[in-house]
Unconditional design. Structure first.
Length: 562
């Protein structure tokens, strides 16, 4: 099955065009899409939108969607990236079945296609350097100039191109270019390069080739070979569509329809693979799967779910005009999904000790706690309660303001699922730091007791000092300080906008049930946010938790106000 859900895509300009094609019989009612990543980096949230769109449309029309790797630049490609891309797509819930292809599968066919254009006088071997080609290309307001090698005889072009393939020439010595129109207002039509000489070991073809096709030459022909009907790509390829059409028309082969949509941009996120690679190579982040990265693997490690990402892609929709989506919407989708599925537990991130002076020493009471109030099937759990506890340091103030409803000297609060306690004494060290709160508890206020419903204004989470487990908690925040990380004040590098506080590591105390929590397990730490067990550092017995998102939902608040 192509899609994890049968919910149809919302009608948009792409589906409207497909409906028109089906009505007129352009592709005999077939719908065949593809997702064509370059294996030169890890996929990010923008790719997730494209994955959902291509696989989703195929599923809606009972069609097919291929996975095809655009592996035409071996200098930047790696099997690591291939494997990560396949893992990400499967994790999102999509299946390309047996239709896994590579542009390199078609190198021989592409070469034969190129020979046809040479024989037809529509391609030529050029000796201009890359810099000279740029100079001859012209500008948006000035036409380009013909290469002095544009009018070579067909026989000479065939000879040179065959010798290029045979490896007779050094890298960069020649290129094969299409012969179209150097006066075209579209720069992509000004005799574009189809092949370049490049000696680089290819992850699939090894050293069999020393000439490699460009993206523009390989892409449309690969679509055609696979019988793709609708070649859905992002808006930056709109100006490339005339070239896409020119190639397939002049070859006389199956002609897919290229359709462009606006790429996904999200505030506080970088989507450039080149810049993401730099973050990795300069050790600014902890690899491609760092939870601060916008990569799918990073979001997965942070605790995002495939359902939340698919929901986000659906809410964003498909547009023709570029825009930037507020990251708050993405976080809202994550919260909505986790609220329904995440188990509730108690964790104290910045502990201060509480001693219940009237609670029996050595006694352990088990308190019954709700696992998830949103899920009636989630059941209950037992949480140990003892004389010595931990609460959050921020939940106590010696001299609180008027609307502070947590613990203070002489005040009462309820400990969640347990008793009402009252602060009787504050113990400090020689430096004046609070090290212990001495409190009393009301034994009649446990759940089910006569005074259990006695009202107090504050309810705090807690853990037992003796029965809880020490854990590392990683509080991840946005990697960049500005909504547009590329926007700087004085032309500085985008790294000037890095958030120095994007990661804070705490030594926390958590319920004993979490000691053997498995990597990837999702939790809501009550009153603190949603967390997951880290897949890299988390181990049974020594849990490490990543904060996925906080509980504060700014998108929901904005939506309510509007």
């Amino acid at each position: 099955m192509a899609s994890p859900e049968s919910t149809p895509q919302t009608s948009n300009f792409i589906t409207q065009l497909i409906d028109e094609h089906n009505r007129t019989g352009r592709y005999e009612g077939r719908v065949h899409t593809r997702f064509p990543p370059e294996p030169n980096g890890y996929l990010h949230i923008g790719h997730a939108k494209s994955i959902c769109l291509n696989f989703g449309i195929a599923a809606d029309y009972r069609g097919l969607c291929n996975l095809r790797f655009d592996d035409t630049n071996p200098a930047k490609e790696d099997v690591e990236y291939v494997d990560s891309i396949k893992e990400d797509i499967r994790w999102l819930g999509f299946d390309w079945e047996e239709r896994e292809f590579y542009a390199s599968d078609y190198f021989e066919t592409l070469y034969e296609y190129a020979l046809k254009l040479v024989r037809d006088g529509k391609a030529f071997v050029c000796e201009l350097t890359a810099e000279q080609i740029r100079e001859h290309r012209g500008t948006l307001t000035e036409p380009g100039r013909n290469s002095p090698f544009r009018d070579r005889a067909v026989e000479e072009n065939l000879d040179l191109f065959e010798r290029m393939r045979a490896g007779e020439f050094p890298d960069g010595r020649y290129t094969l270019r299409a012969k179209i129109d150097m006066g075209s207002p579209n720069l992509n039509m000004r005799d574009p390069v189809m092949y370049r000489i490049l000696r680089a070991h290819h992850h699939r073809t090894g050293d069999a080739w020393c000439i490699y096709p460009t993206y523009d030459w390989a892409h449309g022909q690969s679509d055609s070979i696979e019988g793709i009907t609708h070649s859905i790509c992002t808006l930056e390829f709109e100006d490339h569509r005339p070239l896409y059409d020119w190639f397939v028309e002049n070859l006389g082969i199956h002609h897919p329809r290229q359709i462009e949509f606006a790429r996904l941009n999200v505030t506080y996120m970088i989507m450039s693979k080149r810049k993401l690679l730099r973050l990795v190579q300069e050790n600014i982040v902890d690899g491609w799967d760092d939870p601060r990265m916008p990569t799918i693997s990073g979001l997965r490690r942070r605790g995002y779910t495939p359902e939340s990402i698919r929901d986000f892609a659906d809410r964003v929709g498909v547009a023709k005009k570029e825009s930037t989506i507020d990251i708050a919407l993405l976080e809202h989708c994550v919260r909505e999904d986790l609220n329904a599925r995440a188990l509730r537990v108690m964790a104290v991130l910045d502990p201060v000790k509480v001693v219940l002076t009237n609670f029996p020493e050595g006694q352990v009471e088990m308190m019954e706690a709700v696992n998830n109030p949103e899920d009636p099937t989630a059941g209950m759990r037992q949480v140990p309660f003892t004389r010595e506890l931990y609460i959050e340091r921020e939940d106590f103030m010696e001299d609180p303001p008027g609307k502070f409803f947590r613990l203070a000297p002489g005040r009462e609060v309820r400990l969640r699922y347990a008793y009402i306690i009252k602060c009787e004494e504050v113990v400090k060290d020689n430096a004046g730091n609070i090290v212990e709160l001495r409190c009393s508890y009301d034994p009649q206020t446990r759940s089910g007791m006569p005074e259990a419903n006695r009202k107090v204004k504050g309810t705090l989470h807690w853990v037992s000092a003796s029965e809880s487990v020490e854990a590392e908690v990683r509080l991840y925040d946005r990697l960049f300080l500005r909504e547009d990380p590329d926007e700087t004040d004085n032309g500085e590098d985008f790294l000037a906008n890095l958030n120095p506080d994007s990661l804070q590591i705490l030594r926390a105390r958590v319920e004993p049930s979490l000691v053997d929590a498995l990597p990837g397990t999702l939790y809501q730490f009550e009153r603190k946010g949603y967390f997951t067990v880290d897949s890299r550092y988390g181990r049974p017995g020594t849990p490490v938790f990543n904060r996925t998102v906080s509980l504060r939902d700014t998108w929901a608040r904005m939506s309510t106000k509007s």
